[in-house]
Write a protein that binds this ligand. Structure first.
Ligand code: ACO
Length: 377
């Protein structure tokens, strides 16, 4: 096969999927053919994950069984909470969750089982326990008693309940659930690529998800939602937004929450999140935050939209998460919870038709260099 060089693998198709479809020019995202807006408006995160893992929507009783399977796994395996409580309190939640998802493998009697039923079982365990791990760590670091998971609650409700020690309002639980739906899957993005690449060596589900978390953490990927919030906090007022953005662009700095490798028009997830962010900001007295975001978007539209740079999923999710009351360093971990749906589905797809990921590299160094003994260098 002839070799072509594509820096960052741009434009390279490396796998097949039946889970999500993206048309970056038209701003379309579908999960198993269903437009993302439909799912965000009518579905739930659990139903969306069932859809991604089974390539069809569940019947009512199937959904109930799937929810029950997840909920009975909310509790951590024996010894896992002690492990968590031995971590430094000032550790960053993304480092904590990357470490603890990896540690979950040591509580699995057969962590390397890669047949499809075993992979599904591991996927359920990781998805159900990640919110518990995150919430327990947060309670521990702020010196508050841990709040045990409540199996009568959905993943979104239960996470907020364990984090804050009180049941979320219906509006907050719904907003959180919509965010999880919108972030669940997105083609062969960097973290999903990482998960599939690790799995292609026939490693294991825990290793694949751990690698994916490491990838998602980066500010060019899922870490951007925290970067957006930092930026919003740095801008003192709506009036100051234009100068802030233009100064950054003049320095060739990236504006977090804008631009995308695939979307060259408006990210459909950002469209949905914008509406949600505006509603929540007005309900929670945070409208100034939304107004600053809108102003940044206007400035970017004039300054760089011609380059195909629009808000991405991380831009309005920052305001949304802030209004839900999430601590800043929990923004990207929430993305982890959502994207486990996608990563695990991709791992299962990969094992259904595996080929080792092994791209080539263009060597640009010298050849035939004489070896110099250490005493003569
Ligand atoms: N702010 C300002 N300029 C930008 C931005 C941005 N956020 N994004 C891209 N550009 C500019 C680049 O400077 C470049 O301009 P030039 O051609 O004049 O040099 C041009 O647009 C192309 O940008 P690239 O970085 O080459 O595009 P790429 O496809 O590699 O980047 C990426 C995509 C990494 C997401 C980029 O847009 C970026 O860094 N955005 C900010 C971080 C961010 O929000 N990441 C989250 C992405 S969504 C997700 O992962 C969940």
């Amino acid at each position: 096969m002839g070799k072509t060089y594509s820096k960052g693998l741009e434009g390279v198709i490396a796998a097949e999927t039946k889970m999500s479809f993206i048309d970056g020019e038209k701003g379309v995202l579908e999960y198993v053919g269903i437009p993302i807006g439909e799912l965000a408006s009518h579905s739930t995160f659990e139903e969306t994950v069932f859809l991604l893992w089974n390539l069809r929507l569940p019947k009512k009783d199937e959904l109930a069984r799937f929810q029950a399977e997840l909920r009975k796994r909310y509790e951590l395996p024996a010894g896992m909470a002690q492990r968590l409580l031995s971590l430094p309190r000032d550790a960053k939640p993304m480092h904590v969750i990357r470490t603890m998802v990896s540690a979950l493998s040591m509580h699995d009697l057969n962590p390397d089982a890669n047949d499809i039923p075993s992979l599904r079982e591991k996927a359920l365990n990781i998805l159900a326990r990640t919110p518990t791990l995150l919430a327990y760590f947060h309670r521990y670091r702020i010196g508050m008693p841990l709040v045990a998971p409540d199996p009568s609650l959905s993943i979104a409700e239960n996470f907020l309940y364990m984090l804050n020690g009180e049941r979320p309002t219906e509006t907050m639980a719904k907003a959180m659930d919509v965010c999880l739906v919108l972030h669940a899957d997105h083609g062969l993005n960097n973290s999903t690529f990482s998960a599939r690449s690790v799995m292609s060596t026939q490693s294991d589900m825990y290793s694949a998800v751990t690698a994916a978390i490491g990838s998602l953490k980066g500010p060019l990927h899922g870490g951007a939602n925290e970067g957006v919030m930092v930026m919003l906090n740095e801008i003192p007022s709506v009036d100051a937004a234009e100068k802030y953005v233009l100064d950054k662009l003049a320095r060739k700095d990236k504006i977090m929450g804008f631009g995308h490798r695939i979307y060259k028009s408006y990210d459909p997830r950002a469209k949905h999140l914008q509406v949600l962010a505006r509603q929540l900001a007005s309900d929670t007295g945070n409208i100034a935050l939304y107004d600053k975001s809108k102003r940044i978007e206007e400035v970017m539209a004039t300054a760089v939209a011609a380059k195909g740079i629009y808000p991405n999923v991380d831009f309005y999710s920052a305001t949304t998460y802030h209004c839900i009351g999430l601590p800043l360093d929990m923004f990207t971990p929430v993305f982890v919870i959502a994207r486990i749906g996608g990563w695990a589905g991709h791992v299962i797809e990969q094992m259904g038709d595996n080929r080792l990921f092994r791209p080539d590299v263009d060597y640009t160094g010298p050849h035939g260099v004489a070896y110099t003994p250490v005493t003569k260098r």
